[in-house]
Every structure is written in C-alpha cells, then in structure tokens.
Ligand binder design. Sequence first.
Ligand code: HEM
Length: 208
Amino acid sequence: MNAIPQAGASPDAPRTIQPAWVRIAHWLNAVAVVLMMLSGWRIYDASPVFPGLTIPTGITLGGWLGGALQWHFAAMWLLFFNALFYLAMNLVTGRMRSKFFPLSPRAILHDLGEALKGHLSHADPSRYNAVQRFAYLFVMLDIAVLIVSGLAIWKSVQFPVLRELMGGYDSARVVHFCAMALLAGFIVVHLAMVALVPRSLLTMIRGR
Ligand code: HEM
C-alpha cells in the first residue's frame, strides 16, 4: 500500500513507504530463513546429498542432527505462517500488483544495464526498479519451492504425489538443496544492494 495522503493529514507529513506489516513480515522472514538455513546445513552434513560436499560445522546450527532437526522444524512454522500472511496481505491490499508489476524481460535487461553503468536512479524510494521486482518475486517463488520440497522430504509417505512430482525422495532433496543455494545467492546480492543504498534500510526499519 503506497501511502495516499489521508484527509486532514499535513501535506508535508512523511510518507510511509513500507507499511508496518511488510516490515514485520520481512524481519520475521529474515530470522526464519537464517535459522532454517543454518540448521539445514547441519542436517545436510549428517547425510550429504553430494558426496564430498559438506558444510563446515562451525557455521551450522543445532550441534548435532537431532538438535538441528528441532531448530529446522520450529523455524519452519514461522517461515510458513509468515509467508502465508505476507502473501495474503500483498494480494488483499493490491500491493502485489502495484509494487511488483508490470514486469517484462525487456524492462529487467534495461534496468540491469542502467544499474551496471551506475545510471539507475534511486530518487523515488517507494518504487522498485525492474531488477528489484524480479529479484523479490524470484525469492518469493524460491521460498515456495523450498517449502513444497521440504514437505515432500518431511512427509514423503503421506504425500506420494508431491514426492513423485519432485522426481522421488532423492530428487526432492536435490531440489531442496538447489533452492537453498539460490536463496543464499539472493541473500548475498540483497545485502550488497542494501549496502550500496543504505537509505533503503531505514525504510525497512521505520517505514519511511
Ligand atoms: C535473509 C533473508 C531475506 C530475504 C528472503 C529478504 C527478502 C526481501 C524481499 C522479498 C523484499 C521486498 C519486500 C517487499 O517489498 O514486500 C526485501 C526488501 C528489503 N530487504 Fe530483505 N530479505 C532478507 C534479509 C534482509 C536483511 C538481512 C536485510 C538488511 C540487512 C534486508 C534488507 C532489506 C531492505 C532494506 C529492503 C527494502 C529494499 C528496497 O527498498 O529496495 N533484507 N527483502
């Protein structure tokens, strides 16, 4: 919801760029994602999908397989219900359409080119450029794939169709791992972009 000046509000009152519900959902999501990723790495190490690829224990969470599973299962509810809330609010308020669309491959390539030349304007912090739109929609979809592939691994007997859609139990683990790796890549780029435009961090903390 981009702030529309309210009746009676002072014309130069600061505009809300990120409504409170977006900020709350964003930070809860960041906590859940970090907990799930660190504990997931410990679970992975107990039985690596890719022989020879293990994650250094020092950067994992949970201490041992049982502990990591408890962290993973606890954080998954936060990730799931928070994602549901964020998605529902974005759809109900119309923010999904106004903030992330329209979007086209041409616009993404154009804005990417401008960004690489250092010409992309950040003058209007209430608008996402096409690359941001694409990146944020991509990560939403990626988290959905993580949740669905996670469900296929967790309840593979109860959800045989889901498991087979993923190509079987072992492929579901590969899908889950690849989606995690893409999410990790997003986080690295996301943090670099925030560091380049620190003003955006303020809007994600105090709303304007
Ligand atoms: C760890 C997983 C994270 C994910 C999956 C994630 C995802 C997202 C998404 C989808 C948005 C767009 C939200 C919307 O407008 O509805 C966003 C915005 C933003 N995120 Fe994150 N985020 C993560 C972590 C972080 C962290 C750790 C920081 C800061 C250190 C951060 C800073 C921001 C900022 C400042 C914005 C607004 C950017 C802008 O105005 O362009 N995010 N993030």
